[in-house]
Design a protein around this ligand. Sequence first.
Ligand SMILES: O=C(O)CCC(=O)C(=O)O
Length: 253
Amino acid sequence: MDLDATRPFASSLPGDPGLAERMAADGYLCLRGLLDRDDVHSARDAIAAVLADEGVLASASPVGGLVFRGGSPPDRGLLERAHRRLNALDPFTRLADVPAIGAVMRGLLGEAVTTHVRKICRVKYPHDTYDIVGPHQDFWYVKGAEETYTCWAPLTDTDAELGGLAVRPGSLGGAPMPHAQRADSRFHGVDDDGDEGAWAWSPMRAGDALVFHSLTVHAGLPNSSAHVRLSVDYRYQRAGAPMDPSHTRPHFD
Ligand SMILES: O=C(O)CCC(=O)C(=O)O
């Protein structure tokens, strides 16, 4: 995706009473500064310490810029082991339930909101295009209730090189779309019509968050930097609504 051709995210203010209407129109909210940067940095540091310990970073100092050690991306065994350790990190799991996200979710879903146990720490290695999630709807993966929202937040500032997430505004309102296995990625996705102007993307700062509906088409972007990209995605739905069993267990469980 040519990021120069995309439009910038429209920002929303966390306390705005019109957030639900905005979500209905655009399918996403870009909430600048929603999260406390200290909380985000605590999650980043805890995750980076595990990655440094697993030998993935160039520097044993976790915050040494998250520079990748180079060579091939970690193999599946290391990935699974690392993710099991990441799932147990308190600053990573706690961030999903901070009051700021809770208030946004209650505005969208009503008072009784459930956070999915399956919280995902995305570790995107430089130039590992096979691990890039192309255009897709989360509903295809999440199943359960269509009225599920994802909160995606970078744990470091992101720019065009680091990539981040792009969304296709207004794609909400449609039905679940068919997904097919991509030839060039380990993920399934939807066909994209190639209209880059229909996509939104902007650089983000640690503390910013994107919240989107499970039917909103969005895409992870390639990481062409020398750094590992860290982000989290957490999911929320109405308490009591159907939930796929895979979302009642940790990622890589
Ligand atoms: O972080 C990424 O690269 C992709 C994340 C994503 O697609 C999602 O949270 O649904």
